[in-house]
Write a protein that binds this ligand. Structure first.
Ligand code: 3PG
Length: 343
């Protein structure tokens, strides 16, 4: 993901592209844009990587605690998933990790302390999202899930004090085979949201920094040779090739169809996880984003009214966008309004 002065690229292009991974004959390496853009794209790649890893970890948790599969069975499920729309490097290595046994012949994964580390690239992606006002919610949840996991000692104390659902998994998940299928659909749908959010951030950064990023080209760069490489990135590339100025990945016909196919299963999985007390922050926040993004009306009107009530921040009327009004809600607030600025 090289960026920098455009005059530098011809000097290194052949070297970089000859050693880069290839996808359908094309090198997964292209000049990204002016100085800073290559690093930014790599940072978002890592943020998406955090999201993918968290989603797979949540699927693993559901398969183990919800469906009751052992590690070999879970590895088989992941191997199966790796033959379809979820085909990716991270699913492939997860299958290998799950079936890996130590010298005693026991699975290694349950012996690993459940406290995740991080070097910070996911956090930087979230900070960029906050700076640009782009809701990269799934990556945010993935970063915070690692932070929460790292509070291991505190969690152990809390697990002995706080009430947990007493419902039996078998009563919530009656058809296990069907539920495994639903988990794969939930994973796929949430992954689409995660990438849509990542590309929203890239799009905003491209506008702010005047980078003219090529989103199809970025999808191709991630298609092979990196941690988030997957079949799905080919679909993203096709969407941007078809519509280079696509406003949001979720609006492309291919992904509309995918969501049509997956969203009911996704809801079932999040509902079952909630009933069983299995935390699914990435799966559920992605669903909340999806429901918000696909709603023409949200309750932000009430937030605007509250802001105006306590701080005279003013609000716009539905049928008069662009003109800001204040209501004297209490009868004694006068006509004073705060100065209008938005963070
Ligand atoms: C790496 O740089 O090794 C990974 O891409 C991200 O590492 P992290 O999960 O420790 O942040």
């Amino acid at each position: 993901m090289p960026g920098g002065h455009p005059k530098a690229w011809p000097h290194i292009k052949d070297i970089f592209q000859s050693i880069a991974a290839k996808s359908e004959g094309e090198a997964c390496c292209e000049w990204v844009g002016n100085a800073g853009s290559g690093h930014f794209v790599k940072m978002v790649h890592n943020g998406i990587e955090y999201g993918d890893m968290q989603l797979i970890a949540e699927a693993y948790h559901l398969l183990a605690k919800g469906v009751g599969l052992n590690h070999d069975q879970m590895a088989e499920v992941m191997e199966e998933w790796n033959k379809g729309e979820l085909d990716s490097f991270l699913i492939e290595i997860t299958a290998n990790i799950l079936k890996f046994r130590d010298e005693k012949g026991e699975p290694v994964v349950p012996k690993i302390r459940d406290a995740a580390g991080q070097k910070g690239t996911g956090k930087w992606t979230c900070l960029a999202g906050l700076d640009f006002g782009i809701p990269v919610t799934l990556i945010g949840e993935a970063v915070f899930a690692r932070c929460l996991s790292a509070l291991k000692d505190e969690r152990v104390v809390a697990s002995k004090k706080l009430p947990r659902p007493s419902v039996n998994a078998d009563s919530v998940i009656q058809n296990k085979r069907d539920f495994v299928k639903k988990i794969s659909k939930a994973l796929y749908a949430a992954k689409i949201v995660s990438y849509a959010q990542g590309f929203m951030l890239l799009s905003e950064a491209s506008t702010q920094y005047k980078w003219s990023l090529n989103f199809g080209g970025i999808a191709l760069m991630w298609r092979g040779g990196c941690i988030i490489r997957s079949r799905f990135l080919g679909d993203i590339k096709r969407a941007f090739d078809k519509t280079p100025d696509l406003k949001n990945l979720l609006l492309d016909d291919f992904f509309v169809k995918a969501m049509t196919d997956c969203h009911e299963s996704w809801r079932d999985v999040v509902a079952a996880a909630t009933r069983l007390g299995i935390p699914v922050p990435a799966l559920s926040s992605a669903l909340a984003f999806y429901d918000g993004y696909s709603s023409d009306v949200l309750p932000a009107n009430l937030i605007q009214a509250q802001r105006d009530y306590f701080g005279a921040h003013t609000y716009e009327l539905v049928d008069k966008v662009g003109s800001w009004v204040h209501t004297n809600w209490t009868g004694h607030g006068g006509r004073v309004t705060s100065n209008a600025y938005n963070a």
